[in-house]
Design a protein around this ligand. Structure first.
Ligand code: XLS
Ligand code: CA
Ligand code: CA
Length: 441
């Protein structure tokens, strides 16, 4: 088969002293850190939509990048196959083991869902052969229920029963394809599951219908052999003004309210965390302490902009704190999907590779530094000592065991008259420790 990225070699690991832009400087797939290889810690995935479909078009101008990959006409089944060829060559050259997709990333959507589904069967047969040849796997699949005008009022939250049924049909098919491709997860991102104004919105009905669609998806998925996790991917806004899955805490509360928490986990996206006014680390911690840290969409936003820029991650500090949370949680059941796109002026094939090298090296460095923070132990020891009064006093133990009464706590307070001030939080001291570990040679 003709090489599509003919000028790009297989990307080697050359180490931190390399100045080769087409080499990894930190991502050394087989290097062992805390008992596992980097490859095992970091199951990286390629997002079909950004890498193989997005051309850099925005609301002010058309695309700059050519993503035809040699097909004579874009938006055809032969273009869809060219994207498969390009995607697998791309992943092989970078050593990426997983990919993620929406149904309509894989094939051009037809006017009739029966024809779209036929096209999906055809392309996934073709993808399966490539998967068998290369060992590359599917991380997760999803249905795009936000792009087509029919979803203007949402999918699970739509006001129209016919549109709701169409969404159900898309979820059903996308689940079947996820099972066919052996996907580890299935994502619900509720892009249009929200509202523009409460003046025309029945919030209670919409939320119950979303939960019901999820319940049916779980029942059907389990009935056809899907054993992986379902994920909610929280995002507070864009495209809707208010989205119901605002952040991890909101999504987890929603799942618990509707009895869905056993089948679902979170897919946390860095850029969505910052749009919600949180750090990436906050969203990961909230998911982890609820046993729901499933997968990660690895990207970053621009904090000077209020929208979802989906940039390739380059911030090592954030990647370190992310990997600190992931290591503490014992790893992910999912992986690290680069839901990231090249900037519009970075339109060449070489730019596509450089972007992934940047992202993979950033997370590799984050992993190395997070492991160093944990091995150093000062942060963990500080946190342990900070709460020691709960584990070393009788009343503290009773509070932790939830056996205390208000009367006995009040009696203790009254005997003291007033408590001493708690010890210093030492924030600056701990930030100094983190900087020492990040920047020492
Ligand atoms: C958009 C979302 C989307 C999901 C999958 O903001 O990040 O790409 O990951 O539908
Ligand atoms: Ca995003
Ligand atoms: Ca995403």
């Amino acid at each position: 088969m003709k090489e599509i990225f003919a000028n790009i070699p297989v990307i080697p690991y050359e180490g931190p002293n390399s100045k080769n832009p087409l080499a990894f400087h930190y991502y050394d797939a087989n290097k062992v850190i805390m008992g596992k290889t980097m490859k095992e810690h970091l199951p990286f995935a390629m997002a079909w939509w950004h890498n193989l479909c997005a051309t850099g078009a925005d609301m002010f101008g058309r695309g700059t990048a050519d993503k035809s990959f040699g097909a004579s006409e874009v938006g055809t089944m032969s273009h869809a196959k060219a994207k498969v060829d390009a995607g697998f060559e791309f992943m092989q050259k970078l050593g990426i083991e997983y990919f993620c997709w929406h149904d309509v990333d894989l094939v051009p959507e037809a006017d009739d869902i029966n024809e779209t589904n036929r096209r999906l069967d055809e392309i996934t047969d073709y993808i399966l052969v490539k998967m068998q040849e290369t060992g590359i796997k599917c991380l997760w699949g999803t249905a795009n229920m936000f792009g087509n005008p029919r979803f203007m009022n949402g999918a699970g939250s739509t006001n129209s029963v016919d549109v709701y049924c169409f969404a159900a049909a898309q979820v059903k098919k996308a689940l079947e394809l996820t099972v066919k491709l052996g996907g580890r997860g299935y994502v619900f991102w509720g892009g249009r599951e929200g509202y523009e104004t409460l003046l025309n919105t029945d919030v209670k009905l919409e939320q119950e219908n979303i939960a019901n669609l999820m319940r049916m998806a779980v029942e059907y998925g389990r009935s056809i052999g899907f054993t992986g996790d379902f994920y909610i991917e929280p995002k507070p806004k864009e495209p809707m003004k208010h989205q119901y899955d605002f952040d991890a805490a909101t999504a987890i509360g929603f799942l618990k309210a509707h009895g869905l928490e056993k089948d679902f986990k979170m897919n946390i996206e860095a850029n969505h965390a910052t749009l919600a006014g949180h750090t990436f680390q906050h969203e990961l911690r909230i998911s982890a302490i609820n046993g729901m840290l499933g997968s990660i969409d690895a990207n970053q936003g621009d904090l000077l902009l209020g929208w979802d820029t989906d940039e390739f991650p380059c911030n090592v500090y954030d990647a370190t704190m992310c990997m600190y949370e992931v290591l503490k949680a014992g790893g992910l059941t999912g992986g690290f999907n680069f839901d990231s796109k090249n900037r519009r002026p970075s339109y060449t094939q070489e730019d596509m590779f450089k972007a992934f090298i940047l992202g993979m090296d950033t997370f590799a460095l984050g992993l190395i530094k997070a492991a160093a923070i944990i091995e150093d132990g000062r942060l963990d020891q500080f946190v342990k000592n900070r709460y020691a009064s709960y584990s070393t006093t009788e009343l503290g133990k009773k509070i932790l065991n939830k056996t205390s009464t208000l009367e006995e706590l009040a009696a203790h307070a009254e005997q003291l008259g007033a408590p001493e001030l708690p010890d210093s939080g030492n924030q600056e001291g701990l930030q100094h420790v983190v900087n020492d570990i990040l920047f020492r040679n």
